[in-house]
Ligand binder design. Structure first.
Ligand code: XIL
Length: 471
């Protein structure tokens, strides 16, 4: 048995080598917390992380797309639908419809949402592009307040400010209409976002900030350090991670993530895509996953789209599924790396332990439900974190059955935020999940199958109640 500390050290060591060497060393990292996950979200959940994707509202009618998205991912970012131009096309007139489509789809399927993005120099509505000075500052802060207030309680983390630093060696802020309103525009946006939605984590998000040696990385680091020192409300830093041959995954990625995390913020890979194909692409993906898994406060990874053909850089085939929805080599390497386990996320985003510690207070409700005769559902506890816990339900066939379904009822304010090894549907309250087998549900007498889920408990540690019905 290794201690978390040993695992952490091994993680650091393995990540430091990068590339091929890391692939070999990764074997020594393996301390799987549970049985191997068969989807990205399940495998990531074993170490307390999420695995997400960007979703385009226009593709929600495509069954292949939604099937993959629903099965593999448990964190959703709107690819364009919550940007400034989409949210406030005319001054003072907000259009929530496309953002709502994404947020509702995510919540109906038990997923969390990363909000993207409240303030950015790009994809501004026309009316804002033409503004400057204090008028623009007021309009920007009003936008942040209105959008964050509208989605209050539904957002895991907001990209409050996106891409505010210049590329190259200057380490300067990017010139933009927002920057010209005064250097304090970023912290002003963060304060407005905190006031509007105190429950959301607030992130700064950027690209070309992956290599620790780069001036842009250092500049963002210094800003975050300064914000923490002065009490500006910032909780996380997002690394977009758009890679290609000219901008490969840096071998010091782990160092970058760890150094930011050491400032007291969560770090997240927010828009991952890597142009290429075959084993070289697969290996680069593995390196990114390994870097995140070895940093305790790297809380999750989001890829920027589902299939290659959904990508904003489709010609670079940068994603995990091909145009037909088949899993690529990159998918397999990501899944395998997630299943190697990693430094557990200790206490995500909540540095002060809540008074109720995992395992001390749960009042176990009946762990078995005899069901309707044909099957029995049994609950067993999985890993626990301060804000959530994993559970497994084992379905046992009492006689030969051709199918089954099992309901899992959680209590307010609990929410199921991830599931694996089954196809869930939800009632309108979001409290009752009905799980059905992904494939055939036929079981011989005495045979068992299991599915699992993560409950965000919001202070209520009660176990879910179960039913099982056979057909
Ligand atoms: C991209 C979208 O994927 C495209 O559909 C859109 O045309 C342009 O924006 N950095 C970001 C994302 O923060 O919002 C961008 O998304 C990709 C780069």
């Amino acid at each position: 048995m290794t201690t978390p500390r040993q695992r952490y050290r091994r993680g650091r060591l393995a990540a430091a080598f990068g590339g091929l060497a890391a692939a070999t060393l990764a074997v020594t990292l393996a301390v799987p917390a549970a049985a191997a996950g068969s989807t990205l979200q399940a495998a990531a959940a074993e170490s307390g992380r999420y695995f997400g994707t960007a979703i385009a509202a226009s593709r929600l009618n495509d069954g292949t797309y939604t099937t993959i998205a629903n099965r593999e991912f448990n964190m959703i970012t709107a690819e364009n639908e919550m940007k400034m131009d989409a949210m406030q096309p005319s001054r003072g007139q907000f259009n929530w419809s496309s953002g709502d489509r994404i947020v509702n789809w995510a919540r109906q399927n038990g997923k969390q949402v990363r909000g993207h993005a409240l303030a950015w120099h790009s994809q501004q509505p026309g009316w804002m592009q033409n503004m400057s000075g204090s008028q623009l500052r007021t309009a920007m802060l009003d936008h942040v307040t209105q959008v964050a207030s509208y989605y209050r309680g539904k957002i895991y983390a907001w990209d409050v400010v996106n891409e505010a630093f210049a590329d190259g060696s200057s380490g300067a802020r990017r010139d933009s209409n927002l920057q010209r309103t005064g250097n304090d525009w970023i912290e002003a946006a963060f304060r407005a976002a905190r006031a509007a939605d105190p429950g959301a984590k607030l992130c700064y998000n950027d690209y070309n900030t992956d290599n620790w040696q780069h001036a842009k990385t250092q500049a963002v680091y210094n800003m975050v350090k300064d914000f923490k020192a002065r009490g500006v409300p910032i909780d996380c830093v997002g690394f977009q991670a758009h890679f290609n041959s000219g901008n490969p995954v840096p071998s010091n990625y782990h160092t970058t993530l760890q150094n930011f995390a050491d400032l007291g913020v969560d770090v997240q890979i927010t828009e991952l895509d890597i142009e290429g194909s075959g084993s070289s692409q697969a290996q680069q993906y593995q390196g990114v996953v390994q870097a995140c898994l070895s940093v305790a406060r790297c809380t999750g990874i989001t890829v920027w789209g589902v299939r290659d053909t959904d990508s904003w850089r489709a010609s670079g085939t940068p994603l995990l599924f091909d145009g037909s929805g088949n899993k690529k080599a990159a998918y397999t390497s990501v899944l395998n790396q997630l299943n190697q386990g990693g430094t557990p996320v200790p206490n995500p985003g909540n540095p002060t332990p809540t008074p109720t510690q995992p395992g001390t207070t749960p009042t176990p409700t009946p762990t078995q439900n005899p069901g309707t005769g044909g099957c029995t559902a049994t609950y067993s506890e999985g890993q626990k974190w301060n804000d959530r816990f994993n559970g497994t339900v084992t379905i046992r066939a009492n006689t030969a059955i051709s199918g089954w379904s099992s309901t899992v009822t959680v209590r307010q304010p609990q929410r199921i935020i991830a599931t694996w090894n089954g196809s869930p549907t939800w009632d309108s309250s979001g409290n009752v999940m009905t799980m059905r087998p992904s494939g055939s549900g036929a079981l011989a007498a005495g045979q068992t199958v299991s599915f699992g889920f993560t409950v965000q408990h919001n202070g209520n540690w009660t176990w879910p109640t179960l039913t099982c019905s056979a057909s």
